[in-house]
Design a binder for this molecule. Sequence first.
Ligand code: LR7
Ligand code: MN
Length: 571
Amino acid sequence: REGYVYSNITSWPKFWLGLCASHNCSTGKKCVLEDGQPQCEISECVDVPSLPNASIPYGHRGVNDTRAYDCDVGENGEGLVINKENLTKQERQKYDLGWKNNAYNEYASDRISVHRSLPDIRYDGCPRRFPKNLPDTSVIICFHNEGWSVLLRTVHSVIDRSPRSLLKEIILVDDFSDMDHLKEPLEKYMRDYQVKIVRTKKREGLIRSRLLGNSVATGSVLTFLDSHIECYPGWLEPLLTRVAINWSKVVCPVINLIDEDTFKTNNLQATAYGVFSVTNLVFGWEAISQREQARRQNEWDPIRSPAMAGGLFSMSKKYFEYLGTYDSGMEIWGGENIEMSIRVWTCGGSIEIHPCSHVGHIFRSRSPYKWERSIYETLLKNKARVAEVWMDEYKHIYYERINYSSSDMGDVSDRVALRKKLRCKPFKWYLDNVHPEAQLPEHSIIAGDVASLYRDTLCLDSMGTKDGLEIGVAECHGTGNNQFWAITVKGHIYGSAEYYKCLTNEIGSGKLTLWPCDDHSDIWQYTEDKKIVNQGTGKCLTLVPATRKLIMNQCSDVGTQYWNWRRARKP
Ligand code: LR7
Ligand code: MN
């Protein structure tokens, strides 16, 4: 069934007319067209469409929770607090299963309208009128096992809040889900809304699923969304306006938070933009640089962002294809957003966050679905493909961190050829011009893991990534990360898998801890005879074998003060 489009759009149902998109109803009221005019309806409590054969229909609100009898539950982005202690045994089982399957509170979601309202949080200065001939868009939503009401709310928020003339189609790409409700019931339901469904033939992962979505898309702009999101009023027009101004703009909405437990939305404005760290290729948010702030006149002006989160953005289809779509050699999840960020910027385009466009996203604390290989292994492959193709000599900063342990990145020659064909700028250009605020590690004298010469199976280990964490020793694993350590030309020792943090021997407590590096970080020396000496105290790093702890002691000839700092090297 791959590539099969379930319905062809011939005529549009009247709720697509988009009149409701600009019509505000107070909380709990749904907008419907009466004689072609938008009207606020008094919503019935039962509106989450029930699944065939469900023993308790979805949308049934007879929960032991007074708020749950209220039709306004969840409206205007409010949350629903479920007190699980008050549930009957049967309800409690459903509640637990919802969390287990989805890593969010599906039980709460099922009790909130799939058409619930969200507040209009646009700045007063955001335009309310838009150019007449904006390009239309295909909205592509990939999913692998998503909860029923959450997926429906995602789709309805797109339909309900996008002008008909701009929304060419919605394409759902099912990445080989095995939940029953995503088969027949979803097809039946979506037929009424003329939403297209395509399915992969095997588990492909997000990246190749998006490529399948693109292959059936007919709009002139692609808008990618995750499958657990809600669009705020007016979300689409600003994105398409920017793409219309210049086809090489890749435009992201502000990503708001939908609480995974209560589904309350946070409704905040943009204060951060996207970045990634060169040391570990992890995406993150950072306060918008002063340089960028100075360039902008108003808080509603687009923000030029060094990187994108990856899930939610609009991009011209023509440009997407010109720029080499995605790297189809990447698996399941991760890294593709960094690859796309570097590619867009260095090959002539730009990435923007539009403060007038908001989309809520459910952030989850764990990944609910199955991974063939571990998340770690998958990311190792995907990120190695990014480093190898796009980062020139800077790739070694990343490779050192993982002790050159990703040997199976696969063939990247196509992507290297693409980079050459597009005549993209070097990675150094990106660092100098797009994200000059990025902190790069100081030049290191030696970088790799540090084994005790007293017991050579034990290696120095950051034991985690938090600030102020006491470091220790653990069995050497040879993959860098928490056992990665570098001593720099200035004598700083930095480590920790995720960030750029320096080793400190705390005055008073004597603890050995990691803090963000600065000019005041401790100075160390790695001596010819393999001792690690703190310049401030003159003491030596010492292993206490019995407790596997580290202390600072007067330097002597004891074996526990000798350390073998092993340079990370290609295997
Ligand atoms: O095998 C899979 N097949 C899929 O179709 C695995 C996932 N998916 C789908 C999944 O159903 C979801 O819709 O892919 C989407 C993303 O997966 P999530 O939601 O489990 O992960 P995430 O929200 O952390 O994803 C973020 O990082 C990903 C890295 O590959 C992608 O770039 C996602 O699009 C991105 N999501 C966002 O940017 C939304 C805002 C989060 C932030 C920051
Ligand atoms: Mn997501």
